[in-house]
Ligand binder design. Structure first.
Ligand SMILES: *[C@@H]1O[C@H](CO)[C@@H](O)[C@H](O)[C@H]1NC(C)=O
Ligand SMILES: *[C@@H]1O[C@H](CO)[C@@H](O)[C@H](O)[C@H]1NC(C)=O
Ligand SMILES: *[C@@H]1O[C@H](CO)[C@@H](O)[C@H](O)[C@H]1NC(C)=O
Length: 278
């Protein structure tokens, strides 16, 4: 029995010893020192963290992306998003994927006419320069879907695929990261098919022009409604062009934008194949 009491008292003693005033084997001042140490230590860590974040946020500017594209030249991409456009012009099922892709691309919120109403009517042939003072937000130039004419999908909802004269839309990519790009000259799109007798092509807007008013680009946040201008090319194929794989190459010409980089086939140019069967 006495042993039991002893055990209890020693357990109690180990929690709180009234003789020495120790709690869990330490005196109050010893505990206070430990608490103080951790308090200072964690405050220091939190301070370091806050300082680091603060410095990091200082170096970030919302309006100018920190990391810019290494290559200050845009690439070219096509819509429909396929480098191998093959279809049977008499079979709507075969070309509907391309037609639908073009339609949904042009319907997408940025090229949609109701969105465009909110954009500026800019002066053609001039850079749309906006000063840095005041509002950081930049206006975007209007791009009218109708300027793509028979390739707009408005008058011809099949974009010419049903008649074997398909439309392809071209747009520059990598423009987004290229803040402040101002091409010198008058950029336009020129497409060619490598073959003896050239294939006639129609360009919309006329001459495949990429208007200067769509430059410069001010960055994702500042230039929220920015949209890249499109150029449509309609391949006026005839019967003798059917059943052949036609390699089409389109380039940005007329400006200082590069289009002949040996290592990058998509810098200022794009090559795709078209094959129409009847
Ligand atoms: C193209 O489609 C038409 C109509 O469906 C069909 O008669 C013709 O055989 C098809 N052509 C080829 C090469 O598949
Ligand atoms: C534009 O988009 C809105 C909503 O996304 C849609 O309601 C409207 O019909 C579209 N307008 C055109 C002209 O496509
Ligand atoms: C388009 O490119 C072809 C081949 O490079 C060239 O012969 C033709 O003159 C160019 N057309 C224009 C309008 O630049």
């Amino acid at each position: 029995l006495s042993g039991g009491i002893e055990n209890t008292s020693s357990w109690k003693d180990s929690f709180y010893n009234p003789r020495t005033g120790e709690v869990l084997g330490r005196t109050a001042s010893s505990w206070a020192l430990i608490l103080l140490f951790y308090l200072v230590f964690y405050c220091f860590l939190a301070g370091m963290f806050a300082l680091t974040m603060w410095v990091l946020l200082l170096t970030l500017d919302d309006y100018v992306p920190r990391y810019r594209d290494r290559v200050p030249n845009p690439g070219l991409v096509i819509r429909p998003n396929s480098l191998d456009i093959t279809f049977n012009k008499s079979d709507a099922l075969k070309y509907s994927q391309y037609v639908q892709h073009l339609e949904s691309f042009l319907q997408s919120k940025k090229y949609n006419d109701s969105q465009q109403e909110r954009n500026e009517e800019c002066t053609e042939g001039e850079y749309f320069l906006q000063d840095d003072s005041g509002d950081m937000r930049k206006k975007a130039c209007r791009f009218k879907r109708a300027s793509l004419s028979v390739c707009s999908g408005l008058s011809d909802t099949n974009f010419g695929y049903h008649e074997g004269k398909p439309c392809v839309l071209l747009k520059m990519n990598r423009v987004k990261p290229i803040i402040g790009l101002k091409p010198i000259g008058n950029p336009y799109i020129n497409c060619t098919v490598k073959k003896e007798n050239p294939i006639p092509m129609q360009y919309f807007p006329s001459e495949g022009k990429i208007d200067k008013m769509y430059f410069p680009y001010y960055g994702k946040k500042a230039h929220e409604n920015y949209m890249q201008p499109l150029v449509a090319v309609k391949l006026l194929l005839s019967k003798e062009d059917y059943n052949k794989e036609l390699p089409v190459e389109c380039r940005v010409e007329g400006s200082d934008l590069r289009n002949n980089d040996e290592r990058d086939k998509f810098l200022g140019r794009v090559t795709f194949r078209v094959k129409v069967v009847e």
